[in-house]
Design a protein around this ligand. Structure first.
Ligand code: ADP
Ligand code: MG
Length: 249
């Protein structure tokens, strides 16, 4: 039955370390994300949250340990790395949409070019995804015509169009106003409830408390606590987590 156990874990960090020069950005990270799980990463600024996310799709190259995706080592370079990156979707604080292209083109570009999906199928899927994220009427708009919340939802649709095994969110709402933040969190809640495997860095504590399956709390490049949200928010065990929580509440 080992085959089944292996496919249950989508992302696995084994003793991962990452340095920037003399700065140890990540130390001995051990973490596994199961299929359908929502893991929310909390921690003060500079604690290594973004670096941890970026290592998952090899935007950063690790110095120690291993990261396995669906039980396999990340490919190091070339076409395999290119293909691998499509398996890990990433949504950033800045939306990274192509401003001179329509929302529809933004979403269909990678599925057509990288996955080789024909135009008609890619567009049909893009329309479904835009409806899913609540902006079904924006397909022909340019990014500049959308609100921040709409742009971020378009970025989520674009990531989903690649049918990723896991979706990473790095502070997806921190550049947004309250209304846009609510829209994007509602979309993320839908994804979470539909079984999307997600790793989310956020400062939205009420979202974390309500929708995380697991909270990972980081400080100084280390995982200091890992717990279910109720335990983490009601009885954090480390001084670092206690002072973090008192600073954000
Ligand atoms: P967080 O997302 O939790 O705020 P980061 O992962 O961005 O933290 O950063 C962790 C540490 O690594 C910080 O000290 C940051 O300054 C450093 N760092 C991140 N990226 C780089 C980089 N490209 N070059 C040098 N140092 C970096
Ligand atoms: Mg960050």
């Amino acid at each position: 039955m080992t085959a089944i156990t292996e496919t249950e874990t989508v992302v696995e960090f084994r003793g991962v370390g990452k340095r920037f020069g003399a700065m140890q950005a990540l130390s001995n990270i051990n973490l596994s994300v199961k299929r359908g799980e929502v893991v929310i990463i909390l921690g003060p600024s500079g604690s290594g949250k973004s670096t941890l996310c970026r290592c998952i799709n090899r935007l950063e190259v690790i110095d120690e340990g291993h990261i396995l995706i669906d039980g396999k080592e990340q490919p190091l370079e070339g076409r395999k790395l290119y293909k691998f990156r499509t398996e890990v979707g990433m949504v950033f604080q800045s939306f990274n949409l192509f401003s001179h292209k329509s929302i529809l083109d933004n979403i269909t570009m990678a599925p057509r070019k990288i996955l080789g999906i024909d135009k008609k199928s890619a567009e049909a899927r893009a329309h479904e995804l835009l409806t899913l994220v609540g902006i079904g009427n924006k397909a022909s708009s340019r990014p500049a015509q959308l609100s921040g919340g709409q742009k971020q939802r378009a970025a989520i649709a674009r990531a989903l169009a690649m049918e990723p095994k896991v979706l990473l969110f790095d502070e997806p709402t921190s550049a947004l106003d309250p209304e846009s933040t609510r829209e994007v969190l509602a979309t993320m809640r839908n994804l979470a409830e539909n079984g999307t495997t997600m790793v989310v860095v956020t400062h939205e504590m009420s979202f974390a408390r309500a929708f995380a399956d697991r909270i990972v709390f980081m400080a100084d490049g280390q995982i200091v606590e890992m717990a279910d949200p109720e335990s983490f928010f009601t009885s954090p065990t480390s001084d670092r987590a206690k002072s973090f929580l008192s600073s954000v509440h």
